[in-house]
Design a protein around this ligand. Structure first.
Ligand SMILES: [Zn+2]
Length: 213
């Protein structure tokens, strides 16, 4: 909530933005030059949507959020995700959970924060519910960034399973999975398989950035 009280700044370089920001992006005009919206053909791959290429100022902003402890960036970046919401009505918004140890080390889960602000900024009614405790990660996986495509798929295959307490919540629901970056889509796909296996009616995926593998 703190970010509502602070003047808006560029998510990449912290430059103070005029209010209201001249651009739809939470970026200064300089940084906005390096934000690359994905062309239509690259927006949806294997049923997973992404909005921007993993490069330039937005990649820098995500790195600040993830590794630089700049938690407040989740607000503007989560609201940016709201621009990618299509006409499909979703019942629930969730994320593929981090391994508890990794979440503990970082102190927060950036995808969960993005999902929180996305739901707050949901562009139309009815607004889905945010429900982060649908899945658990059964084993610790290697960071996907260290692996090639085939190894990434193998690394997360079967890594998630539904929480017993969430089965009723999952069954028959249309669920949107949120991630900050997608590359091969392996993580979202593995989480999607677990939700569909538990009886979800439909599962979609949306990431802010897409890195080409
Ligand atoms: Zn900037």
């Amino acid at each position: 909530m703190l970010d509502l009280l602070l003047p808006p700044t560029c998510v990449a370089c912290s430059y103070l933005l005029r209010d209201p920001a001249p651009l739809a992006l939470p970026l200064c005009s300089n940084c906005a030059l390096s934000a690359v919206p994905l062309p239509r053909a690259e927006r949806r791959i294997d049923g997973i949507d992404a909005l921007y290429a993993y490069e330039g100022a937005l990649a820098q902003a995500l790195t600040r959020l993830k590794f630089g402890g700049h938690r407040a960036l989740a607000g503007p970046l989560g609201r940016l995700l709201a621009a990618g919401i299509g006409p499909t009505p979703w019942d629930l918004v969730t994320t593929a959970p981090l391994h508890p140890w990794r979440a503990f080390c970082r102190g927060y889960d950036q995808a969960a924060l993005l999902a929180h602000y996305l739901v707050q900024a949901w562009p139309r009614a009815p607004r889905p519910r945010l429900h982060l405790r649908l899945l658990r990660r059964d084993r610790r996986t290697l960071p996907q960034t260290e692996l090639d495509r085939r190894a990434r798929l193998r690394n997360v295959e079967g890594a998630f399973s539904p929480l017993a307490a969430a089965l009723k919540m999952i069954q028959g629901r249309r669920i949107l999975l949120i991630d900050d970056v997608t590359t091969t889509g392996a993580t979202i796909s593995a989480a999607r398989d677990a939700l569909l296996g538990a009886g979800a009616a439909e599962v979609g995926g949306l990431a802010l950035l897409r890195a080409l593998p």
